[in-house]
Design a protein around this ligand. Structure first.
Ligand SMILES: [Zn+2]
Length: 176
């Protein structure tokens, strides 16, 4: 099933470029695939307060084999924890650059406008009364970090690998 990329640590990947979302169990360290972006966002937005454990998935326990292995068969990106859940009506997309150097984040507003910066979000909110309950803090342009050790070999050398190793351990969802 999958896709091409994953994100690491609790990972996720980008929608346009993301093939699968996975989070790591705090107890057994196995990776569990999360079916939808919405579910993934729910977990991510409270990840610090409520670390993920296998039992949060229906009919799954730490005794079950891992859903997916963290390895270079796909490229992983480590997401940051506690990124706010995408406000209703908006869509948050992450796109992996072709050279695998990084991801770019943007939102699509309810009116179909593509927004790439917080200042544009602020301007959009202030000119759209329907969004009066939202504030710029409900949006976040933080992008997951591409895990250098999972970048395809033919591109790997263009990217600095510094700092990638340490992150590999625990937690999933993102943080860094
Ligand atoms: Zn577990």
């Amino acid at each position: 099933m999958e896709k091409t990329k994953g994100k690491k640590r609790k990972s996720a990947l980008v929608r346009s470029s993301i093939g699968a979302y996975a989070v790591q169990c705090e107890a057994c360290l196995k990776w569990r695939l999360i079916d939808t972006e919405e579910e993934y966002e729910e977990i991510r937005c409270r990840f610090i307060e409520e670390p993920f454990v296998c039992s949060k998935k229906a009919d799954v326990s730490c005794e079950d084999p891992t859903d997916i292995e963290y390895d270079a068969t796909r490229t992983w990106a480590a997401d940051r924890p506690n990124v706010p859940k995408t406000p209703k009506g908006f869509q948050r997309d992450l796109v992996l650059r072709k050279d695998f150097s990084k991801m770019d984040a943007y939102y699509i507003t309810p009116t179909g406008k593509k927004v790439r910066a917080l200042s544009e979000i602020a301007a959009y909110l202030s000119s759209n009364p329907d969004c009066k309950d939202l504030s710029p803090s409900d949006f976040n342009f933080t992008v997951p970090k591409i895990m250098a050790d999972t970048i395809p070999a033919h591109i790997e050398r263009k990217v600095s690998t510094s700092g990638s190793n340490k992150k590999r351990k625990k937690s999933g969802k993102g943080d860094e």
